[in-house]
Every structure is written in structure tokens, then in C-alpha cells.
Design a protein around this ligand. Structure first.
Ligand code: ATP
Length: 462
């Protein structure tokens, strides 16, 4: 199935089955803010764990968890205060608000990203009502807040728009405390906030979201090889967790499109399918060469030396190769890619064979629930045995216990949320101590003795 046909179905499934809810829904929702439900929180945690394990398996990368609030000088130094803006435009008639660059892109025109002169919007009308548009204004995306009881400019802080700056301001602390040798990386997962102008496309563009970023500090010589290695490794990571090759691609940023800190940038793009055209491909993660912009700026603004010595004992400011991915965008991509719908169903025994059957073919490591325990009936003897099975596995795996509805329906409920294995306990189990294990993807069934379940699953999940 085309991804453009999947997106609405995934949004529907996400709400219906407890993955993602609109935030504060009982109050009518809050634009572009989402909550992760019981299955969503498991899936998102698994995405983060896969990324964290991938980074922490490396000898040259260490972790960090810096605060969301930072000294306000951080954002002067980083350039976000002056430069972290999007071009905003309003319709004079219907008062709708748009991103000017997005309106140009929709018309097939290339936006001029240079902020030194206004964007050429003379042929563009409001896409909603055809009305005349205002001039373009640059709008800063950082959320403001205040520290302490007085709300004045001296107490003004910002919610971080990226996690990376906390890594730069902890560069020396981390290097020295962990005795890291150059080159090395610092990885961090955490919330970021952007007051986005347009907030379409579900969790693709949110105002509160999570990033998984790794900043790799290098000597400028040899930086290009390191950049290419990270670019390759990051794409392979998505492929290894199940995204299909044809839905992933690289896109290099044009020189006039590069953000203020970057001298080279590639996006890993995923075909989210928001439209049927090429524009279905959108940024999933950025690989950026940030040069020595960040450390030299923090050096200048803080007065602290952020330098290291090269092999000839000469001082230099490290350059940075960054991999910057969105947890929510990755979660959405994994959901879309895993979504499969089988017309007419996979089984011929259930009454509902005419309905399409949904199977969420998530990688086992990402699946929110690993095993479902399903007693064939609610009879006490079966419940007792089933609870024993549940108890024997629950310390190792996230497990659901479901005893309501026909067994066919229960399999389908688990297929729809991507549970790789269902364990069925029936009356034979009471005689021979064997359960039936059904595989989500092949629907093959194995008969396994209860005492051997642990080693059976250890092998399956390895
Ligand atoms: P876009 O061009 O789509 O606005 P960006 O180039 O501003 O993205 P970066 O600043 O490179 O994004 O941020 C790194 C990553 O953080 C992105 O690749 C994306 O996965 C994630 N991200 C950025 N903004 C958002 C957002 N508003 N909602 C969800 N994820 C986001």
C-alpha cells in the first residue's frame, strides 16, 4: 500500500488503539501538542532505547542529559536569538497564517532562504481564500518564559529549541571527567520546543517534541570522512529497524538553504506520504557539519577556553559533526512503514473475513507489547495456568493479558498493535503443559512446553 494511503489510517489507529492522543482533548485540544498513550509510550521508549544503545555501544561516544532551561547567553552565542526565525505571512482577508517558504514550495517555486532581502511573494495569493497576503516577517521560534517572581527582561529565559547547545556548554566538563580523547561524541535525548508557525501533519511538526542528537567533536582535518561515516551509519540504523529502502533517501541542502551554523548538511528523508508527489519525502534526521561555529561562539560569549591540543601540541577549537533526529518523526515513520492491511483478511475461519485485516509489522525491538497471553476461555483452571505463564515472563517482556472475545478477534487485536507473539492456553495445556505460540507475521504456530517458554523467547527476541 502506498504511504500516501496509509497516513490517515495510521493517525486513526494511533488514536483508537492508544498510541497517540491530541493533548488536552477534553478542552478541545492544543494545536500541535500530542500525548503518547499506553502503547505509544512503549513504542517511543523502544525507539529511544534503540538509538541510545546504538550510540552507547561505541567506545568514542558518551551520554548526557542537560536541562531544558539554559543561561540566556547560550542563545545569544548559538545565534538562535537573532537567527532562529521562520518567514511568516498572513492573509489580509481571511487572517490565516502561513510560512512563506512553504507557499512558494507548493507552487513549485524555490524559496530564497537568504534573510537579507525579503522573499519574492508577488505572484502568491492566499491558498485558503485567494486573498492578498501581507509582507513577510521573520518570526522567532523560541518559547519564552521567566525565572523567579519578576517577569522582566532580566529574568527572561527560553525553552531550548534544540538539545545540542547543552552538549556544547558541557563539552569541557564531559571531556575532562570522562578523559575522552579526540575525536569523540556526546549523545543526548530530550525535549525541545519550537513555536512553529504552521503545525500540520500530525506528530511530524509539533511545538513540543523530542530530539535524539549526537555531537561529534573532531579536528577539521579528516572531518569529511567522519561526516560520511555518520551519514551512512545513521541511514543504516533506520534500515536495520525495518524502514524500507525505497522510502528513505538523502537530500543535500543547497548553499542558500543552510542554517546559520552549518557549512554542509544532508537530510535523511522519509516518504511520510503527506502528499502523493515527491513532497511526500520529508526530513527525518539531519547530518550537519557545524564547523567550529558553536564552540568558538560559546568561547567568545563565556570567556571560557573551549579548545584542545592536536598531535603537535597546538591548540585548536574542535569542529562538530552532528546527527540530529526527531524521536517523534522516527516513531511516526516506523508506524507508517509497519502498517499493512490485508484485503479480505488473512484467516478464513472468522466471521469478519470480508474486512481488511491490519497487521503492524514493527521490528520486534520496537513493538510496544512483545507477548500476549490468551487463555482460550475464562474458566478458572485456564486463568490460573495462564497467570502462571504471565508471571513467568513478565519480568523480561512487556506482556498483555487478554481473555475477552473470540480467539480470532484477540489475535487481530494484537496484530493491529504489532505484538510479535501470542501465547494461547487451552484445555490441552492442562493435560500436556504445552501452549501454542503464534507468530504475528507468518501466523505459524509452535507448541511449546511451559518450562521451555523462557528459552524459546530468548531465542526469538535475540
Ligand atoms: P524542518 O525543516 O522540518 O522544520 P529542521 O530542519 O528545522 O526541520 P532541525 O533543526 O535539523 O530540523 O532538527 C533536527 C530534527 O528534529 C529534525 O530532523 C526533526 O526530526 C526534529 N524536529 C525538528 N522540528 C520538529 C518539530 N517541530 N516537530 C517534530 N520534530 C521536529
Amino acid at each position: 500500500m502506498e504511504n500516501s494511503r496509509k497516513i490517515d489510517k495510521v493517525v486513526n489507529l494511533a488514536k483508537r488503539r492508544g498510541f497517540i492522543f491530541p493533548s488536552s482533548e477534553i478542552y478541545g485540544g492544543l494545536n500541535s501538542i500530542y500525548d503518547y498513550g499506553p502503547l505509544g509510550v512503549e513504542l517511543k521508549k523502544n525507539v529511544k532505547k534503540a538509538w541510545w544503545d546504538f550510540m552507547m555501544a561505541r567506545k568514542d561516544v558518551v551520554g548526557l542529559d542537560s536541562a531544558i532551561l539554559a543561561h540566556p547567553r547560550t542563545w545569544e552565542a548559538s545565534g538562535h536569538l537573532d537567527g532562529f526565525t521562520d518567514p511568516l505571512i498572513d492573509c489580509k482577508k481571511c487572517k490565516n497564517r502561513f510560512r512563506a517558504d512553504h507557499l512558494l514550495e507548493k507552487k513549485g517555486l524555490k524559496p530564497d532562504f537568504a534573510k537579507t532581502k525579503p522573499m519574492d511573494m508577488k505572484d502568491i495569493k492566499c491558498p485558503e481564500c485567494g486573498g492578498e497576503l501581507t509582507d513577510v516577517r521573520q518570526f522567532n521560534l523560541m518559547f519564552k518564559t521567566f525565572m523567579g517572581p519578576v517577569e522582566d527582561s532580566a529574568s527572561q529565559l527560553y525553552l531550548r529549541p534544540e538539545t545540542a547547545q547543552g552538549i556544547y556548554t558541557n563539552f569541557l566538563n564531559t571531556k575532562e571527567s570522562m578523559r575522552m580523547k579526540m575525536p569523540f561524541g556526546i549523545a543526548q535525548i530530550g525535549k525541545a520546543f519550537r513555536n512553529e508557525i504552521t503545525t500540520e501533519n500530525f506528530i511530524f511538526r509539533m511545538r513540543e517534541f523530542e530530539q535524539m542528537e549526537m555531537q561529534y567533536f573532531v579536528h577539521p582535518d579528516g572531518k569529511d570522512d567522519i561526516f560520511d561515516t555518520w551519514k551512512k551509519l545513521r541511514k543504516e540504523w533506520y534500515l536495520s529497524l525495518g524502514l524500507s529502502k525505497e522510502n528513505l533517501r538523502f537530500r543535500e541542502h543547497e548553499p542558500d538553504e543552510l542554517v546559520h551554523y552549518a557549512s554542509k548538511a544532508f537530510d535523511i528523508e522519509y516518504n511520510f506520504g503527506f502528499s502523493e508527489s515527491e513532497a511526500g519525502f520529508k526530513e527525518l534526521e539531519g547530518i550537519h557539519d557545524r564547523g567550529d561555529w558553536d564552540l568558538s561562539r560559546h568561547q567568545k560569549f563565556s570567556g571560557q577556553k573551549l579548545i584542545v591540543k592536536d598531535d603537535d601540541n597546538k591548540d585548536y577549537t574542535p569542529h562538530v559533526v552532528e546527527t540530529s533526529g526527531g524521536v517523534d518523526r522516527a516513531t511516526l515513520a516506523f508506524l507508517i512503514d509497519a502498517y499493512d492491511e490485508i484485503e479480505g483478511g488473512r484467516t478464513t475461519t472468522t466471521k469478519s473475513v470480508k474486512d481488511a485485516e491490519v497487521v503492524l509489522r514493527l521490528d520486534k525491538r520496537l513493538a510496544p507489547i512483545k507477548i500476549a497471553v490468551l487463555p482460550l476461555s475464562k474458566k478458572v483452571e485456564l486463568s490460573k495456568k495462564s497467570n502462571e505463564v504471565y508471571d513467568s515472563l513478565v519480568s523480561k517482556y512487556r506482556i498483555r493479558y487478554d481473555e475477552t472475545g473470540s480467539i480470532g478477534k484477540r489475535y487481530r487485536r494484537q496484530d493491529e498493535i504489532g505484538t510479535p507473539y501470542c501465547v494461547t492456553i487451552d484445555f490441552d495445556t492442562l493435560e500436556n503443559n504445552q501452549v501454542t505460540v503464534r507468530d504475528r507475521d507468518t501466523m505459524e504456530q509452535d507448541h511449546v512446553v511451559i518450562e521451555e517458554l523462557e528459552s524459546y523467547f530468548a531465542e526469538k527476541f535475540n
